[in-house]
Design a protein around this ligand. Structure first.
Ligand SMILES: Nc1ncnc2c1ncn2[C@@H]1O[C@H](COP(=O)(O)OP(=O)(O)O)[C@@H](O)[C@H]1O
Ligand SMILES: [Mg+2]
Length: 318
């Protein structure tokens, strides 16, 4: 894990050190440390309840850390939460858009909250409408927008004051794959202009868009690296097994020596094992048990595989 310097560094937008949040006796975020260089996209991944939102709320100056520290754009979140809130953009999981306002009215409303000067307000709203592709929908009531358009409007509202740092909490939850890709194109464009982005997601394909990924599990950061290195770091061989009874095959393979983990992806099983010589063993074991195997093939692990493996290693005390 990165050792952070004591003084804030100008080229780092985010510096998090041993950040911890307890609710009573429950620890939601446990000694999390990472940093994000300016202009990078950082993805915080992990299952529900891992502690992603709690981490983000502390970084946004909304929730006071129990211990540890974090600075955003050089400002300490514990001592200067109000300054942090003014300088960042935050699209929360339940970002409040006003349904009875139109697209431009929502943008103007957020512009006034963030004290965008009146003289530039119209230009700002116009350019955000263009950026988010909402032209032609300016006068549409927000209630009548589809999920994907609402996300785009929420993003535009969150950046109405042109923040240098943007926090997105599951920004594309429930949005179709094509709209998700388009949304990420917007994020990319912003990062290209020097905006630093921290996004949480549980869509593993989205994690591929990030420069760095932090994987959270049970309140802790269990991995921190770029997507390719994360995928390469998992040891062993991944075999994809297709058969006519994946549920029973999973059970049988789980108890077989030499196999570290078995996960079902729809009708396909992902089997981690010591080496590719296990191919024949798997085939014959399933044959003997009367399971029809149509394919056993070595494949390159995806981020999802990397994540599942790391969680597995964590939970068995690896
Ligand atoms: N205000 C709170 N009081 C008590 N527990 C909380 C509070 N906020 C979050 N938690 C708990 O902390 C854990 C992490 O939650 P959260 O950060 O929302 O996870 P994630 O965003 O990764 O799904 C969960 O078990 C959640 O129930
Ligand atoms: Mg969350």
């Amino acid at each position: 894990m990165t050792i952070l310097p004591l003084t804030p560094q100008a080229d780092l937008a985010v510096e998090v050190r041993e950040l911890t949040k307890r609710f009573g006796h429950f620890t939601a975020v446990d000694h999390v440390s990472f940093s994000i260089p300016r202009g990078e996209i950082f993805g915080l991944l992990g299952p529900n309840g891992a502690g992603k939102t709690t981490t983000m709320r502390m970084l946004c100056g909304i929730l006071r850390p129990t211990s540890g520290s974090a600075s955003i754009l050089g400002m300490d979140v514990t001592t200067h939460p109000e300054e942090v809130k003014q300088r960042i953009g935050y699209m929360s999981q339940k970002f409040a858009l006003y349904d009875d306002l139109t697209v431009t009215e929502n943008l103007s409303f957020y512009a006034s909250i963030y004290s965008v000067p009146r003289v530039i307000l119209k230009d700002r709203v116009d350019s955000l409408v263009v950026m988010s592709g909402l032209q032609g929908r300016e006068k549409q009531r927000t209630a009548s927008l589809s999920g994907a358009w609402r996300q785009r409007l929420a993003l535009a509202c969150a950046i109405v004051h042109e923040p240098a740092m943007l926090f997105l909490d599951e920004p594309t939850a429930g949005v179709d794959p094509i709209s998700r890709r388009e949304f990420w194109a917007l994020i990319y464009e912003m990062a290209g202009r020097g905006v630093t982005v921290l996004a949480t997601t549980h869509y593993m394909d989205e994690a591929e868009y990030c420069n760095t990924i932090g994987m959270m599990y049970n309140a802790r950061l269990i991995a921190l690296n770029d997507p390719d290195t994360l995928k390469e770091s998992i040891s062993g061989t991944l075999l994809e097994v297709e058969c006519d009874d994946p549920a029973r095959a999973e059970e049988l393979l789980r108890s077989k020596p030499g196999i570290t983990s078995v996960n079902q992806h729809g009708l396909i099983l992902h089997v981690f094992c010591a080496d590719s010589s296990m191919k024949m063993d798997i085939q014959s074991l399933l044959d003997v048990k009367g399971i029809q195997v149509s394919r056993v093939e070595q494949v390159i692990p995806s981020l999802e595989d990397a994540f599942v493996t790391m969680v597995h290693e964590e939970s068995i005390g690896g």
